[in-house]
Design a protein around this ligand. Structure first.
Ligand SMILES: [Zn+2]
Length: 238
């Protein structure tokens, strides 16, 4: 399937209320579509102009931190221009966007605080990395998901989530398969999606999960493929 077809599928296929469509972009970048809402996290420079044009009804754009593999200002401004989405960002990112997007569309997220945008609620959690990093638990209707950026291990047991995006390593100096496993064991997701790691690191995470958390489905995310998953099992793969 071509990239453009994968984007079309992401936005077109009908979804039940327990399902989400996921598209992994690379690094920590993901687009998540539920039956009600669409969010994008850490798109970095991974969305080209013609792909930005395919984005439909984006409700929230989130950034975990300012590193190049998570945030790029010109791509962010392109996405904003096309979607007018509110942006919830770690304060260094928000500072960089100040004056470039309207103030009422830009929110700097402080760890420990919660934010609500039109049926989407977000808990902000302090991660551990070289420099500040926010992790996010996002709730849309009955579905919850956790995005761990490319953080090392921090305690996340207060944020159990249906879906977890967990970094397994490279090119992050702080993420690892062990830390991703530790966070998965606290988040107890139905589906864990391995992001931000080498193929070997993600395989190592998958093997550890099979042993310690056999009820959780593990997806090793492949860039620019749309996948439908439910709270209990992956149901479909395009
Ligand atoms: Zn990174």
């Amino acid at each position: 399937m071509s990239k453009v077809d994968a984007f079309r599928k992401l936005f077109a296929s009908p979804l039940e209320k327990d399902e989400v469509n996921l598209m992994y972009l690379g690094y920590s970048g993901v687009i998540v579509r539920t039956s009600r809402r669409v969010i994008i996290i850490d798109p970095a420079d991974l969305l080209k102009d013609d792909e930005v044009k395919t984005l439909k009804g984006v409700d929230l754009l989130l950034f975990t931190h300012s590193h190049w593999d998570h945030y790029k200002s010109d791509v962010t401004l392109n996405i904003f221009k096309a979607t007018k989405t509110p942006i919830l960002a770690e304060p260094m990112v928000a500072n960089d966007l100040k004056g470039k997007v309207p103030a009422d569309k830009l929110i700097a997220a402080t760890p420990g605080k919660a934010y609500t945008f039109n049926e989407i609620s977000v808990n902000t959690v302090q991660g551990i990395h070289r420099g500040p990093i926010n992790l996010y638990q996002i709730k849309i209707g009955e579905l919850s998901m956790f995005h761990a950026g490319d953080s090392g291990y921090v305690q996340v047991k207060d944020y159990p989530s249906d879906f977890a995006f967990l970094p397994t390593g490279s090119p992050s100096p702080t993420a690892s398969p062990e830390y991703a496993l530790k966070m998965a064991m606290e988040l107890k997701p139905s589906v864990a999606v391995a992001i931000h790691g080498s193929a070997d690191q993600s395989k190592e995470f998958e093997a550890k999960m099979k042993e310690k958390m056999p009820k959780t489905s593990v997806i090793i995310a492949e860039p620019y493929a749309t996948k439908t998953v439910t709270r209990t099992n992956p149901v479909n793969e395009f």
